[in-house]
Ligand binder design. Structure first.
Ligand code: PYR
Length: 363
């Protein structure tokens, strides 16, 4: 199969969807890989490394899309790219369609077969292609939230870990999945007092066993969140319903319960955000304020640490990309339920239930 590696064009996105090592593996399996010029530079991979691995460097995304049978990306295609895709072509990347109507329409109109990294799912319900970036985003949430708490950035001016004689900050993490656990671990490691909330009691039992002593696990509910909000310095939103629009766990009204200068970090923003007042921001302009509460809502958090993120992402995506390239999308979906669950759009039709539900369409 001819596989195209597009350069990321989302603002300040420096990841790349395939490393030179990935190209070597693809080529050794008989596939041809076309890499857009400078696609890997932001992650530390020069064009020469891709050529040495057996890829051909191509100048423009249009040429890649014209030739490739499978086009790969990291982030969702941007509006300028929808028209480059075509019927019979596979697109394999993050899509997050439920919160993005223009992209959904663009991909439906393209006729392409679109497999979303974020809904590829194993039998144990884990999300193998979302997990590595959830790990990065969860860890980064605390790093970014800590910056948002600095006075010079509009925050309270509080150090997460405090110092001897001064109490640490309090951090609420809503959602005890991959993002939530990584965020809670980082906040604990920095010495904050952490409250990790989830709605699954068995999960809370497990988390209570494995998390450090400065992490308190709590059953999540609207009442429990509202009760704690006045004390919190930072809240991390880590709520996920696979493929679906995220529910709003903190409303605009709830912000009035919070301290001025406290910070909200919404890691669910790709799926529409889990705070009512969230709107996607970029690494160029990451925060804004509502009711005096600093909001950090960057939609591609892992893009800020591309050297780590590209390796983590491609470690997970390469085996699936190989399977699709080896078998074609149809056979790959027939033989591998995990890949079948990644199918979101095919020849103009939505093929993932939660995305259909988000747009009120029949599945
Ligand atoms: C990202 O890492 O940017 C995702 O969309 C998950």
């Amino acid at each position: 199969m001819i596989v195209g590696v597009l350069k990321e064009i989302k603002v300040k996105e420096n990841r790349v969807c395939m490393t030179p090592a990935g190209v070597t593996t693809m080529v050794s399996r008989g596939h041809e890989v076309l890499v857009e010029k400078n696609a890997g530079v932001g992650s530390g991979f020069a064009d020469e490394e891709y050529v040495a691995a057996g890829a051909t460097i191509i100048d423009t995304p249009q040429e890649i899309c014209d030739k490739a049978e499978m086009v790969m990306h990291v982030k969702e295609p941007q509006p300028s790219e929808y028209g480059m895709l075509r019927k019979g072509q596979i697109l394999f990347t993050y899509l997050h369609l439920a919160a993005d109507e223009p992209q959904t329409k663009g991909l439906m109109e393209s006729g392409a077969t679109c497999i979303a990294y974020e809904t590829v799912q194993k039998a144990d319900r884990s999300l193998p292609l979302l997990t590595p970036m959830s790990e990065v985003a969860g860890r980064m949430a605390i790093q970014q939230g800590a910056k948002a708490l600095e006075k010079t950035n509009g925050g309270l001016g509080k150090l997460l870990g405090g110092v001897p004689g001064v109490a640490p900050a309090k951090v609420m993490v809503i959602g005890g999945g991959v993002v939530g656990v990584q965020a809670a671990k980082m906040a604990c490691g920095l010495g904050a007092q952490v409250y990790l909330m989830d709605i699954n009691l068995d999960r809370l039992r497990y988390l209570a066993d494995v998390m450090p002593a400065n992490c308190t696990t709590l059953m999540s509910s609207k009442g429990a969140i509202q009760e704690l909000l006045p004390e919190m310095d930072m809240v991390v939103g880590a709520v996920l319903i696979p493929g679906a629009k995220a529910p709003a766990v903190i409303t605009r009204e709830d912000l009035k319960l919070m301290k001025k200068g406290s910070a909200l970090v919404d890691v669910a923003i790709d799926q529409g955000g889990c705070f009512e007042t969230s709107k996607a921001t970029t690494h160029e302009n990451p925060t804004y304020e509502v009711e005096g509460v600093v909001h950090y809502c960057v939609a591609n958090i892992p893009g800020a640490v591309p050297m780590t993120s590209t390796m983590a992402l491609t470690n997970a995506t390469l085996p699936y990309a190989l399977e699709i390239a080896d078998k074609g999308w149809k056979k790959a979906c027939q033989e591998n339920e995990e890949i079948k669950l990644g199918l979101n759009v095919h020849e103009g039709k939505l093929t993932y239930k939660a995305v259909c539900d988000a747009f009120g369409l029949e599945y």
